[in-house]
Design a protein around this ligand. Structure first.
Ligand code: BEZ
Ligand code: FE
Length: 297
């Protein structure tokens, strides 16, 4: 028998996939094995280093609970989540282009969902304050939801969530109910408006293995101020995105690589007085305007 080389080893592992039933699974696993073997060879990984990696992945699994998903945080901080989001949106756009693509304006860009989405937020009327009593500076949000041809989408839902003005999400507070979240529906002209707070930057959770990894990489764990939304209506691709506060700290170095220039919004400051919705407001406030475009399904 001829001695086995490193190349032979890779080929031997790939051979064992010859009976894989699902072609897509076979394609993904083939590529994974090729890249994994090439990576181990490229960095000349030692047994101690491989054991460190295995212990890290074990600790990542052990840190997961029904409230915490450390593997998603790992994916987020390595840019893998954002890569999947970007490819998925490009796939939808390509599909429409292939269908006689009518889209003169691309859909609003998507970004990561993150761990703080909570299904079933209250459905509130247009113009509501979705964060009463939540610490933070008031902000008035408004804009329109259209399709990629600019046709208004009446009755589209914006499912909105954010941390408070100090960067803390309701889900991070033991026993707290929903706060700074709501579902709002657009009017007959596709318009929306609501009040919340101006969100602050905040760190992703760092008290687990991913925090240790970031520290080892010499990276900060912060995300710039942002408000999340899922925007959806039947017949259109659901958009999961954020609006980022222009000039927020960390706007150029988001720990999860979610910032896209098209999602950065100027928050305008206003003195106390009559707000754009006619309401009298006795403190200074901010306003942010953004129009969302949804891809036809
Ligand atoms: C967030 O924006 O809520 C988030 C996203 C990824 C990791 C941690 C938090
Ligand atoms: Fe967030």
């Amino acid at each position: 028998m001829t001695p086995m080389t490193e190349d032979d080893l890779t080929q031997a592992v790939l051979q064992r996939l010859s009976d894989a039933k699902d072609p897509r699974f076979k394609q993904v696993m083939t590529s994974l094995i090729q890249h994994l073997h090439a990576f181990i060879r490229e960095v000349d990984l030692s047994p101690d280093e491989w054991m460190t990696a295995i212990q890290f992945l074990t600790a990542t699994g052990q840190a997961c609970t029904d409230k915490r998903q450390e593997f998603i945080l790992l994916s987020d901080t390595l840019g893998a989540s954002m890569m999947v989001v970007m490819l998925d949106q490009m796939r939808a756009a390509r599909r429409n282009a292939g269908n006689g693509g009518h889209s003169p304006t691309p859909a609003t860009e998507a970004t990561v969902q993150g761990p703080y989405y909570w299904e079933g937020a209250p459905i509130l009327p247009l113009g509501s304050d979705i964060a009463p009593g939540v610490p933070g500076e008031p902000a008035f949000y408004s804009g329109r939801v259209t399709d990629t041809r600019g046709q208004p989408l009446a009755g589209a839902t914006l499912d909105i969530w954010s941390g408070d003005g100090e960067g803390v999400y309701d889900m991070q507070v033991d026993g707290a109910g929903m706060a700074a979240r709501a579902r709002i529906r657009t009017d007959t002209q596709g318009r929306y408006w609501f009040w919340s707070i101006k969100p602050s930057y905040y760190p992703v959770p760092v008290d687990g293995p991913v925090g240790r990894m970031l520290d080892g990489m010499g990276r900060h764990p912060n995300r710039p101020g942002h408000i999340h939304m899922k925007v959806y209506t039947p017949g259109h691709v659901t958009l999961t995105t954020h609006l980022f506060v222009a000039n927020s700290p960390y706007i150029d170095s988001d720990a999860v690589f979610g910032v896209r220039p098209s999602l950065v919004v100027d928050f305008e400051s206003h003195p106390a007085g009559k707000a754009p919705d006619g309401r009298a407001i006795d403190t200074p406030y901010w306003s942010a305007h953004y129009d969302f475009r949804l891809e036809p399904a």
